[in-house]
Design a protein around this ligand. Structure first.
Ligand SMILES: NC(=O)c1ccc[n+]([C@@H]2O[C@H](COP(=O)([O-])OP(=O)(O)OC[C@H]3O[C@@H](n4cnc5c(N)ncnc54)[C@H](OP(=O)(O)O)[C@@H]3O)[C@@H](O)[C@H]2O)c1
Length: 287
């Protein structure tokens, strides 16, 4: 059985990806504090000891505003951490899959990004994730970059957008949600399954956008979450992002289309609404 090493395995995506990969591979998932990708010698030794065929690199400083406020830590985690993992992959001849972001683009495009668009990040998080991509590409020939967006998942431990909206909607007659930033909401289970498929099929190495179909605002997502959760009596009000100033700039367009997959003739990933409804009704409790 082939072996897969997963960094950042206890995060939102890792919790979905490890069980899905474990059905087909022998998987070793690691996370802080035991395997810190910032510490080159430690992560190197741990990866080499396991001798994987494939490394899926999820570990990252994902707090976008935290990155803006501490660019040095963001650089060490996202760029140097990725470089450390890539060097270990080179030494044990493993294929590397790096999950990156739609925030590598500047967001000025009026419609969703494809893999041939030029990266031009506007935040520290976006820049350091892109520099991680560049570091990996300079070290390895056998790599995948999976750019994704607005991930939801986690079930009982979800503390992110979906869970927060449900909590706010249950406790308020109205909520104000930003409607001038667009993205492609993506379910962890769909993303992990598609990464499994792409790697398993041995598609050509390179960049793959990997998002559920669709491109919408947070305002539209919030409305759909409330509908899926069956919450009544809470109105969602659209507001501009200037109403919630944040340390890190967000691109106006983070939406992507899975153009590289379509060129390979692969079927589309399902619509984000279908995936969201499945997540809310199957993984989140309704009480
Ligand atoms: N969430 C999104 O909407 C989104 C969108 C696009 C791309 N991505 C990318 O997708 C990947 C997975 O995201 P996610 O949402 O699952 O993130 P997450 O929930 O924050 O999980 C990341 C995991 O990595 C761990 N980690 C952080 N720094 C580490 C280090 N130096 N060494 C080892 N492990 C470390 C984190 O531990 P702690 O929790 O203890 O810090 C956490 O368990 C990330 O690479 C992210 O950049 C996410």
């Amino acid at each position: 059985m082939k072996k897969v090493y997963v960094t950042g395995s206890r995060g939102m995506l890792g919790r979905a990806l490890v069980p899905i990969f474990s059905e087909h591979y022998e998987v070793r998932g690691t996370d802080l504090p035991d395997a810190d990708v910032r510490v080159a010698t430690d992560i190197h030794e741990d990866i080499l000891r396991f001798a994987p065929d494939i490394v899926i690199h999820l570990a990252s400083m994902t707090d976008v505003d935290g990155c803006e406020l501490d660019p040095e830590q963001a650089d060490i985690s996202n760029r140097a951490g990725t470089e450390n993992v890539a060097k270990a992959c080179l030494e044990c001849d493993a294929v590397m899959g790096y999950v990156s972001t739609g925030m590598i683009y500047n967001g000025l495009k009026p419609y969703p990004y494809i893999e041939y668009d030029k990266p031009d990040p506007i935040s520290v998080y976006g820049r350091t994730k892109f520099e991680g991509e560049l570091a990996m590409r300079s070290i390895l020939k056998r790599y995948y970059i999976f750019n994704t967006c607005w991930i939801f998942g986690g079930g009982a431990v979800d503390k992110k957008f979906v869970a927060r909206i449900i909590d706010m909607a249950r406790n308020n007659p109205s909520i104000r949600i930003v409607d001038d930033k667009l993205g492609s909401p993506t379910y962890t289970v769909d993303l992990a399954s598609r990464i499994l498929r792409l790697i398993g099929d041995g598609v050509p190495f390179g960049r793959y956008h990997c998002v559920n179909s669709g491109c919408v605002s947070r305002y539209e997502v919030a409305g759909e979450i409330i509908k899926a959760a069956g919450i009544e009596g809470c109105e969602v009000l659209p507001v501009p992002s200037t109403e919630f100033p944040l340390p890190a700039p967000r691109p106006a367009m983070e939406g992507m289309s899975n153009y590289a997959m379509s060129l390979l003739g692969m079927e589309r990933m399902r619509d984000w609404r279908t995936a969201l409804h499945e997540y809310v009704t199957s993984e989140l409790s309704s009480d």
